[in-house]
Write a protein that binds this ligand. Structure first.
Ligand code: HEC
Length: 328
């Protein structure tokens, strides 16, 4: 080997070792994020800084039970965090902003309170998305007003039966996504009064219209999101009787007793999605608003920073499947 070749090799080796050492040093500097149940303090730290386009290395451990880590509105595999072990992930953000990270494993009544933020600075790499206010704001809906309808269908409205009725009965106005999102099923039932159909036929048509605004894949995603994030309170079959429903009521009573008055949280029982009076009087826009914003002290968490709009519409389509008979 020529001396010049040897020198080149030495230089390359030294350089490589340097790169490895630098990465190790950076890795060792990555702070360890501790996960604890909300009552035990939640995430620590609970604010993480990041820069657009720069890989963010994260290491986690749990100080109590099994937790999980995911960042809202981001395509990523949740990371499992086991007690006594260290798990890691690397994320790269393409847009600046404040992201919410959250626990993905049910770890107790206050599981959903295990949230923190990633503050991402820098400039946008893609085209920025226009910011539009949520539909409930532009429609001026009051999310906290009860919205029962005084009547209910005699049986379970069937989308398949509705399909057999002449499509011409449906005014084109009723079949647009805009109509669906801004009207409660009971409003369409009312609007179909002039068709001369029987009540049960009108309800079947309503079910058909509601089904036409979703897809089997959308319903499947809604079902999965519901099972993972909502069923613990709302019940696997939507009856408002999830495993945490009673604890929620007890927590509400306790907070009333200790805080007496204004500051008390007015915890409520989780909404029953199988109740036709409730659900047939609620438009998708109203349900979306509640899901985006949360109940603000009722025990209903806010999900606006966790799910994408598409995921929320899919979960809403799934909520209506507790009323209407269509395959899910
Ligand atoms: C920690 C318990 C809890 C979890 C988890 C939870 N909810 Fe709720 N939810 C409630 C409670 C309590 C209410 C009733 C009080 C209220 O409306 O604010 C409620 C009400 C609602 C309502 C309002 C219904 C109406 O008729 O106005 C919607 C919609 C809803 N939840 C959807 C969801 C979805 C979707 C998820 C999962 C992504 C979810 N909830 C997860 C407790 C929970």
């Amino acid at each position: 080997m020529k001396p010049s070749e040897l020198l080149t090799r030495i230089v390359i080796t030294v350089f490589n070792l340097g790169v490895v050492a630098l990465s190790l040093a950076l890795w060792a500097q990555t702070p360890l994020i501790h996960a604890r149940i909300a009552e035990g303090g939640g995430w620590s730290p609970n604010v993480i800084q990041a820069k657009v386009g720069e890989p963010l290395h994260l290491k986690f451990t749990s100080d109590d039970v099994m937790h999980g880590f995911s960042v809202g509105q981001m395509e990523m595999q949740p990371v499992d965090i086991e007690p006594g072990k260290v798990s890691e992930t690397t994320l790269t953000f393409t847009k600046p902003g404040i992201y919410t990270f959250f626990c993905t494993r049910w770890c107790g009544l206050n599981h959903w309170r295990m949230r923190g933020t990633v503050k991402v600075t820098g400039s946008e790499t893609g085209t920025p998305e226009p910011v539009t206010p949520p539909l409930y704001v532009s429609l001026g809906l009051d999310l906290d007003k009860p919205h029962p309808v005084p009547f209910a269908p005699a049986g379970r409205p069937s989308a398949a039966n509705g399909q057999k009725l002449a499509a011409s009965l449906l005014n084109a106005r009723f079949t647009t996504p805009d109509y669906y999102r801004s009207h409660a099923p009971a409003q369409l039932f009312d609007n179909l009064r002039s068709t001369g159909l029987s009540d049960s036929q009108r309800w079947d048509l309503v079910a058909t219209v509601w089904q036409s605004n979703t897809t089997p894949a959308g319903l499947a995603e809604g079902k999965q999101l519901f099972a993972q994030n909502c069923a613990a309170c709302h019940g696997e079959f939507g009856g408002g009787n999830g495993v945490f429903a009673d604890d929620l009521a007890a927590a509400g009573t306790a907070s009333m007793q200790t805080m007496n008055g204004d500051m008390a949280m007015s915890m409520q029982t989780p909404a029953d999605f199988t109740n036709p009076q409730r659900m047939l009087g609620a438009s998708p826009a109203l349900l979306q608003g509640k899901i985006l914003r949360g109940g603000m002290g009722t025990g209903m968490p806010m999900w606006g920073t966790i799910f994408t709009h598409e995921q929320i519409w899919n979960v809403i389509a799934y909520l209506y499947s507790f009323q209407f008979d269509y395959p899910k």
